[in-house]
Every structure is written in C-alpha cells, then in structure tokens.
Design a protein around this ligand. Structure first.
Ligand code: 6PG
Length: 484
C-alpha cells in the first residue's frame, strides 16, 4: 500500500481489528497502530494480510501515513488511555485534522475533549459504536457527535461501514455537538441493561414458577422472537438456552450468577438522578447486577430466610402469554423512560436531538436492535415533539393491552418470592405515570411540618407557597422554596 490511507486506527483489540477489516472491505485504505506493536505485525501478517491495510509502529508514523484532513480513530479503553493518545496524536496534526474516539467514553469526558482538541485547532468526534465483534465486522450502529465541521469528512466512511436497514438506510447519522454521540450510546447501553434484566426475570419465572426445562424455554424465546418482541437479545437468549456443556447439561446452569459491568448502565442511572428523570427500570437493572455480585451476603441470607413455597397451579400456557405481555409492557416503559431522559438531556445540553433518527440508528447493528425501534421511529415521525412515548397512540394501545397479563405475572412472582425488580418497578412507574393525583401532598405536608419547607395548594395558582404552623409551636419563618 503506497498511497496515503483514508483513515488511521489506533487499538487493535476485538472491536478495532474488526472495524478495520470492515472499512477495508468497503474500499477504504486503513493505517493501523497499536501500543504493543507486535499486535500490529501479527494483524498485518494474519487477518490483514493482502489487504489495503498499512501497519505502523508509532503514532507519528501512523499520522504521516494519512490523507489530509487526517482522520485518526481510537478504539482504546475508555478513560486515561484516550487522553494519553490525544496528547500523543496532537503534535503530529495540522489544522483541520480530526481525532475520533470510538470507545465507550463518558459523555462528560467527550465534552471536555471536544473543547480541548478544538482549542488546539483540530476537530474531535466522540462516536458510539455498538454491535460487539460481529457488528464491528459486518456493520455496527454508529452514533457520532462532536465538532460538526468534521462530519462531512467522515460521513462516507462511517455510513458505508455501518449496519443498514429498510433496504439501505445507514444506522449512523450525526447526533449533535460535543458529547451527544456518546450520550446516546450511554442511553443505548442503559436500555441494553434493562432489556437484559427483563429477559433474565422472565427466564427465572419460567424456570422456577412454571418449572419449564431448558428446551421448553429455548422454544418459547424462539417463538417470542417472531412477534412483537423480535430482537437481537431475545434471539441470542434462545440460542444460549439451547447450548449444552460437554456433559450435556445446559451451559447456563454452569455459569456463576454474578453479573459484571463496565459502567455505562451506572452512568445512565447517575445521569437520570442528575436530570431528575424517573428512569426506574434501568436503575433497577443496574442495582440487580450489584445484588447479584454480593454472592457471599446472598449465600448467608439464603441460610437465614426461608423462601416461600412455590404454589403456582394455574394454566401454564396462559401464564406464559401473560409473561410475554409483562416483558413487552416493561420494555415499553424502559424505552419510554430512556427517551424521557434523552429529551431532558437535549434541553440541558442544547443538543437538539432527533429522536426518530436515534431510533433508526438503533434499528440495526447494535445490541438493542429490534422491530420495536421501528415503532418508536414511526411515533416520532408522526409527532417530532411528542412529549412522552406512552402518549403516542400506538404505545398507548400496546401498554393498555399488556397491563392485565403484566399485573398477573407480578402478583404471582411476589406471592411466590421470585424477584422481578424490573417487571414490577416498571409497572409501578406506569401506575404512577397514569395517576392524576399521587400521595406527594402528604409528603409536602411532612416536609412543611418538620422543616417549614412550604407547599403549594390545589385551590390556589401554582407558584404561591404556603406554610402551616402544624404544632402551634413553630414560628412564621419558612425555608426557601427551591427545588433541586
Ligand atoms: C455494544 C455494547 C458494548 C458494551 C458491552 C459490555 O453496544 O456493543 O453495549 O458497548 O460495552 O455490552 O457492557 P457491560 O460490561 O457494561 O455489560
């Protein structure tokens, strides 16, 4: 490869290697660099052999191998390595060159890095890349944000390598300024945590309440994947449940029940707290991973507390249908909550997010890809300023339809001592969401009673604050009526 390369890539781990091969297969020449340079040589002699890929042994050599404006993409571990590489790349750049971070970086870092790189006269893109190993190779979902002027220079490469839906629409478009791309990827991951948690609760319900064996569970998920729950995560769950270990036992049974996490779900929960958005399902799914990780404590508690005896004697097929509705209902809530957070973030960070386009970016390639995202896209196409997904006619009807079965599943689970945190928290959210009046009146009275925090009245205009001397002993001084 003698001519200059279209793009440079740093980081030849699983995602990096596969993305390079994907780019090359779409006709782009790529220069690659990795901190341990033996990996570069191995790649060039192995999977990269005979391809339009140039191996380099230093950041300087990598940058010198690129066509201008230079595009240097990093697929390295989020955190300090990203900052370190930015500082190594910058001395070799010229005005207008572009640095791209394709890792799972925290959006606040991406906001800071965009400002920093721009202050040096260059451009920065922070892009979400979803789809794991296979996605990176065959077509991931990509969510770029950052320096807007950089987008036309990478658009062709990104949209060529990304997944396509509906006969060729790329699952990649410009998301917005500074950290917008990584924010949308963070929400994607939060939703991924939620979907996975919902599925695991359904699995436990099938196994422990309905006493289904692995083959039955496999068949059920396979069937679910042909209807409204059609999605990548349901599809792989069906595969996983059918997988047997060497001794013929279900592989899943041999796996320790302690969930890992790299942090993006937790960031989503923290961000929901920060912006005051009730993101209960995703938060529960993060907490459930924490609880699963407390193996020793759970072991001790299991010896102290007796589990209720499981007494389900109803119609199994009927309950399975209810379970499907519970999964669907919870999923509706999860996405509605995720979009609620996106809407608040769009205002807070001035991003002007395009909600339908985001659904389209998630329709293919990524871990949460599903038929369902097509319905979300339609809802926002119909009404781009829809205030909440559940207020769209389609979602309204679906959530109504899911209710009866969903309630029955939660009731049976609670009676039988089966934890269903995401199925039940989402139902509780729905019941709160559809309530014109909540018991927060009493809460306000309590705040006013002990701290003179004041309250507003139902029979007076909003914005007027009152205090009652509940005990007859308090003074007239009230606390400031500000809300965090
Ligand atoms: C994706 C995934 C990916 C994520 C892993 C692991 O979109 O391809 O979201 O980015 O890092 O799924 O996440 P946890 O280790 O936090 O479960």
């Amino acid at each position: 490869m003698n001519k200059l390369a279209d793009i440079g890539l740093i980081g030849l781990a699983v995602m990096g290697e596969n993305l390079v091969l994907n780019m090359e297969s779409k006709g782009f020449s790529v220069a690659v660099y990795n901190r341990s340079t033996d990996k570069v040589d191995k790649f060039i002699q192995g999977r990269g052999a005979g391809k339009n890929i140039k191996g380099t042994h230093s950041v300087k050599e990598l940058v010198a191998a690129l066509e201008k404006p230079r595009k240097v993409m990093m697929l390295v571990k989020a955190g300090d390595p990203v900052d370190s590489f930015i500082d190594q790349i910058i001395p070799h750049l010229e005005k207008g060159d572009i640095i791209i971070d394709g890792g799972n970086s925290n959006f606040t870092d991406t906001i800071r890095r965009t400002e920093y790189v721009e202050s040096k006269g260059f451009q920065f893109i922070g892009t979400g890349v979803s789809g794991g190993e296979i996605g990176a190779l065959r077509g991931p979902s990509m969510m770029p944000g950052g320096s807007k002027e950089a987008w036309p220079h990478v658009k062709e490469i990104f949209q060529s390598v990304s997944a396509k839906v509906d006969g060729g629409v790329p699952c990649c478009d410009w998301v917005g300024a500074d950290g917008a791309g990584h924010y949308v990827k963070m929400i994607h991951n939060g939703i991924e945590y939620g979907d996975m948690q919902i599925i695991t609760e359904a699995y436990q319900f099938m196994k422990d309440v309905l006493k289904m064996d692995y083959d039955e569970m496999h068949e059920t998920f396979k069937k679910w994947n042909t209807g409204e729950l059609d999605s990548y995560l349901i599809e792989i769950t069906a595969d996983i449940l059918a997988y047997k270990d060497e001794d013929g036992a279900p592989m899943v049974e041999k796996i320790l029940d302690t969930a890992g996490q790299k942090g993006t779900g937790k960031w989503t929960g923290i961000e929901a707290m920060h912006l005051g958005v009730p993101l209960t399902l995703i938060a529960e799914s993060v907490f459930s991973r924490f609880l699963s990780a407390q193996l020793d404590l759970r072991d001790q508690a299991s010896q102290v507390f007796q589990a209720p005896e499981i007494t389900f004697e109803g119609d199994k097929e009927e309950m399975l249908e209810n379970l499907k509705m519970a999964v669907y209902g919870a999923k509706l809530i999860s996405y509605a909550q995720g979009y609620n957070l996106l809407m608040e973030a769009s205002k807070e960070y001035n991003w002007d997010l395009k909600y339908g386009d985001i659904a389209l970016m998630w329709r293919g390639g990524c871990i949460i890809r599903s038929a369902f995202l097509g319905d979300i896209k339609k809802a926002f196409d119909k009404n781009p300023s829809l205030p909440h997904l559940l207020l769209d006619d389609f979602f309204k009807e679906k959530v109504q339809k899911a209710q009866p079965g969903w309630r029955k599943v939660c009731a049976v689970a609670v009676t039988n001592g089966i934890p269903v945190p995401s199925l039940s928290a989402s139902l509780a959210y729905f019941d709160g969401f559809r309530s014109k009046r909540l018991p927060a009146n009493l809460l306000q009275a309590q705040r006013d009673y002990f701290g003179a925090h004041t309250y507003e009245r139902t029979d007076r205009p909003r914005g007027e604050f009152f205090h009652t001397n509940w005990t007859g002993e308090g003074a007239d001084t009230v606390s400031t009526a500000y809300n965090s």
